[in-house]
Design a protein around this ligand. Structure first.
Ligand SMILES: [Zn+2]
Ligand SMILES: [Zn+2]
Length: 387
């Protein structure tokens, strides 16, 4: 094994620098993986465009091969389909929670983002608690490599991983994160069987706002759950084509080539004039949320996963949009290893679902900068690095 790891470090706004970071010493409770594939997430693109809080290695949609395990790692690392050994490939849950705070005790260990000290791989972790921070992703502190845009990545104790079978390509395994996020958003719209507010059943129309990877996965999962009709509002003819082909979307409309009135008509004409039962907003734009609320029918449900990043105040008429509509609005931020495991189960059926259709480009650490710069191209859905 080399004694350094090549890594793409974000050092400034829209600036990656290739660096050789030290290979960390593996402590008894951790392990080291050699990254095989890492997918590029929308949040990587967002970080790239902004000033980094400190130089860090981004990338959290990771599949890699275990090259070294601490002597206690089988006990401290949670492995679905384990036990783990050196040489196994794993895909990685992106967050590590403290397991001890009131939120971890209340909601369970591993509930990503609820724990105030959720560490995120490939992100900027700022410790809120007392004493020494238990985790870091500063590239100048051990364990140096805690993001996937690097040849090696350190795995902390209390991380959840999935042992990847030989039949699953690493790039497919790296999709566990974005697929799980979309899956969780759709899950939030599910209700107890038969209740009045049930908006996700064989009579329902699900409207997906957004034709990015999360929107395509959300549409795919809604279709899989058996709703009658899946509609999509997107911004690219190419991606709307992938929505039909991969996600099974019945009809889509391009927001750049239509007026608001035409989109209202698009939804109303397909829902008996009532609107969509479920709306999942996967666009990082408050206007999309606003429009989605208009497309939601009375007694409908709307889930927002898109507005996770930028603050975005929006006009909301409590009487019209909420109370008179008997509407349910949900935000999606928290997720769990159990949700990821459902995603993993779907990835195991790649032969049936063809998840490769989501990928639009293969990159290297050297070409990653260009990939992040061109991520808004209408022909781009999701890129990955194969090492
Ligand atoms: Zn992601
Ligand atoms: Zn906690």
């Amino acid at each position: 094994m080399a004694n350094y790891s090549r890594a793409a470090v974000q050092t400034d706004v829209r600036k990656l620098e290739l660096m050789d970071l030290p290979i960390p010493e593996v402590r008894d409770d951790g392990m080291l993986i050699r990254v095989e594939a890492v997918s590029i997430c929308g949040s990587d693109v967002h970080y790239f465009r902004n000033k980094p809080i400190f130089p860090a290695v981004l990338g959290h949609e990771v599949c890699g091969t275990i090259v070294e395990m601490g002597k206690d790692a089988r006990r401290t690392i949670h492995a679905f389909y384990g036990p783990l050994s050196v040489g196994d490939r794993v895909c990685v849950y992106p967050g590590v929670t403290c397991g001890k705070c009131m939120d971890c005790l209340t909601y369970g260990d591993g509930v990503y983002t609820m724990c105030r000290d959720t560490f995120a791989y490939g992100d900027f972790f700022q410790y809120q608690g007392e004493g020494e921070p238990p985790f870091t992703n500063r590239v100048n502190e051990w364990p140096y490599v805690t993001g996937g845009f690097a040849e090696y990545m350190y795995i902390y104790p209390n991380t959840y991983v999935w042992k990847v079978p030989d039949t699953m390509p690493s790039r497919i395994a790296s999709l566990i994160d974005p697929l799980a996020c979309a899956l969780r958003a759709v899950e939030l719209a599910q209700r107890a069987p038969g209740v009045l507010e049930d908006s996700m059943n064989v009579n329902s129309t699900a409207l997906i706002m957004g034709d990015g990877a999360i929107g395509l996965f959300a549409a795919f999962y809604a279709r899989l759950l058996g709703v009658r009709q899946v509609l999509m509002i997107g911004a690219s003819e190419y991606k709307l084509g992938v929505a039909r082909d991969f996600s099974g979307v019945d009809a889509g409309i391009n927001t750049l080539a239509s007026t608001y009135e035409e989109r209202r008509e698009f939804v109303l004409s397909r829902t008996g004039g009532r609107g969509a039962d479920t709306v999942i907003n996967c666009v990082g734009n408050a206007k999309a949320f606003r429009e989605g609320a208009d497309h939601m029918k009375r007694m409908g449900t709307m889930v927002d996963i898109g507005n996770a990043i930028n603050p975005a105040p929006v006009e909301f008429d409590v009487q019209r949009d909420l109370t008179f509509k008997h509407g349910t609005y949900m935000g999606m931020m928290a997720t769990t290893p159990a949700t990821f495991n459902k995603s993993f189960t779907l990835l195991l059926q790649d032969e049936k679902f063809h998840f490769d259709k989501i990928f639009t480009g293969q990159f290297t650490l050297d070409t990653l900068q260009g990939a992040l710069e061109n991520a808004t191209s209408p022909e781009y859905i999701k890129g990955f690095i194969q090492f």
